[in-house]
Design a protein around this ligand. Sequence first.
Ligand SMILES: [Zn+2]
Length: 108
Amino acid sequence: MRLLDERAEIASVADRWKKGYLRSDGSWGTLHKGSSQSVYEALAALPETASAADVARVIGNDSWIGEDCTECGAPAVVLVGDEPDIESVTAYLCASCVQKLVDLVKTR
Ligand SMILES: [Zn+2]
């Protein structure tokens, strides 16, 4: 379990992209549109002050920064379970659902 940190997500997005798309044989995975290597290079070239919107512009969608609460869909503040991967068991919770969880546990 860990708190989500947008700055850390932005800072790590190029490395996470590379982990997802660079194959063990040194080739890059394919994208529906464009080159995954070009996207990696653009992500790696982003300045330290880049925003989540800057990352979304490079990738073409906003799925790599920020998560929605697994329970209600609001912006999540905490990751519970495995670090995200292909077969991970991961949940994201917003502050409101964390409070609901605490209240629920208190009823035991
Ligand atoms: Zn929620």
